[in-house]
Write a protein that binds this ligand. Structure first.
Ligand SMILES: Cc1cc2nc3c(=O)[nH]c(=O)nc-3n(C[C@H](O)[C@H](O)[C@H](O)COP(=O)(O)OP(=O)(O)OC[C@H]3O[C@@H](n4cnc5c(N)ncnc54)[C@H](O)[C@@H]3O)c2cc1C
Length: 382
């Protein structure tokens, strides 16, 4: 990866350490985690030991106390080794940052250090069968009953759901206030009335499990409320904005893996008595892939750097997520083309990059929603 002007020496060190970790620990397990559709707890713990699961949580709360740019550098390297493993980091990074900002001392003590060291795996549950992009249209409710809340509803596409020790759930505490009456709850595995409805079978990122969850008269203590009643949406917004930048970094990782593999293959494979890299049609593809990737990286690092300077990054986070994820889809597709028939075979890693990248323009806000956000930031009434 070419250094961008946003990186300090500390960032470069963090990136190099993450690269070493990704090459030594994640990459050798990638085939197995994809094949078994399972990330062993030991791998979560190894990522935790390296400080990669609660990167932006202050050290006082058990996290690594780093900035968003460092998180991006780490996630890019993990994603380069295995985009599916990087997928499972997301709920951990997002939930830990929300918890550290809005959690009570008791909630922080209960969950934060466990997430940070990889002992506790968690999920974030917003999407529902009837509401994805339009999160305000969710129908899960949490009704106050004395010192408790009773949760009813269902959630879908929940990353880490089948293995999660607890889930951060968005639910309406006041259904009369669309978008505003939403609150967050921390619900532990094993709570009566809460469970996995069914596991889902994804096209890519197979290492990372995903499922539907059900909540049926699920009673939780009022102490499970995170960030105050009806603060749910507001509290999530800043975290989701930052998470979009990290998601852009995940896109860079899988695109870089596809580019690296394509460069190596183009130098290895011959046709018509020449290396295929010598055909202009192929080396122009490689040049374009590399150019697009560098542009995406600059946008990602710029957005992360701006966050570190305390600037508003709503527009820049959406732009970075939009641009990097769409380039990842294109770059991984071109990588399949450069590999010819071999690229389409399940034995080659290329098809995996392509399948993994395809999710990136959908999850964490679709490309259409990113464009809508950017348009709003341009002052357009949408
Ligand atoms: C791999 C993966 C992991 C995920 N993990 C999680 C998770 O851990 N937790 C969680 O809560 N959710 C998760 N999701 C769900 C994800 O956030 C949603 O899939 C996403 O927000 C889109 O919602 P939807 O699938 O309901 O699509 P819809 O909202 O139904 O959208 C369908 C299409 O309509 C378009 N569209 C919708 N509204 C507009 C509009 N206003 N203008 C223009 N076009 C529009 C969309 O862009 C899309 O192309 C995950 C999804 C995937 C694929």
């Amino acid at each position: 990866m070419t250094p961008t002007p946003y990186l300090t020496d500390v960032h470069v060190q963090a990136r190099d350490a993450a690269r070493l970790f990704a090459d030594k620990v994640v990459a050798p397990q990638a085939d197995a985690t994809e094949e078994n559709e399972h990330i062993p707890r030991e791998l979560f713990k190894a990522m935790g030991n390296a400080g990669y699961l609660a990167i932006r949580v202050p050290e006082a709360d058990g996290g690594s106390g780093c900035d968003l740019l460092t998180e991006c550098l780490v996630v890019e390297e993990i994603s380069r080794a295995c985009c599916g493993v990087a997928s499972s980091m997301f709920p951990m990074l997002l939930v830990s940052s929300v918890l550290s900002r809005f959690g009570t001392p008791a909630q922080k003590e209960r969950y934060l250090s466990g997430i940070a060291c990889g002992e506790i795996v968690c999920s974030i549950a917003i999407s529902e069968p009837g509401a994805g992009s339009d999160a305000a249209a969710i129908t899960t409710t949490a009704k106050r009953q004395g010192d408790s809340y009773v949760i009813n509803g269902s959630k879908t596409y929940i990353t880490n759901g089948p293995d999660a020790d607890f889930v951060m759930v968005l639910a309406y505490t006041d259904r009369s206030a669309r978008g505003k009456g939403l609150s967050l709850f921390l619900i532990d595995k094993g709570t009566a009335g809460f469970g996995v409805a069914r596991k889902l079978n994804k096209a890519g990122n197979k290492s990372s499990k995903i499922c539907e969850l059900f909540f049926q008269d699920c009673v939780v203590s009022a102490s499970a409320l995170l960030g105050g009643v009806e603060g749910g949406f507001r509290n999530l917004l800043a975290a989701v904005t930052n998470s979009r930048v990290t998601f852009a970094a995940r896109s860079l990782g899988v695109a870089q893996a596809a580019l690296d593999a394509s460069l190596a293959y183009a130098d290895l494979r011959s046709a018509f008595g020449r290396k295929i890299s010598q055909f202009q049609a192929i080396h122009f593809k490689l040049a374009d892939m590399s150019t697009q990737l560098e542009a995406a990286r600059l946008m990602t690092h710029q957005a992360a750097w701006m966050a570190g300077q305390g600037m508003s990054i709503v527009k820049y986070a959406a732009m970075a997520k939009l641009f990097a994820s769409e380039r990842a889809v294109e770059i991984t597709s071109e990588a399949v083309q450069i590999h010819g028939g071999y690229g389409y075979m399940m034995d080659a890693p290329i098809q995996r990059y392509w399948r993994d990248a395809r999710a990136l323009t959908i999850a964490e806000g679709t490309s259409e929603i990113q464009r809508q956000t950017i348009a709003k930031q341009l002052g357009i009434q949408v």
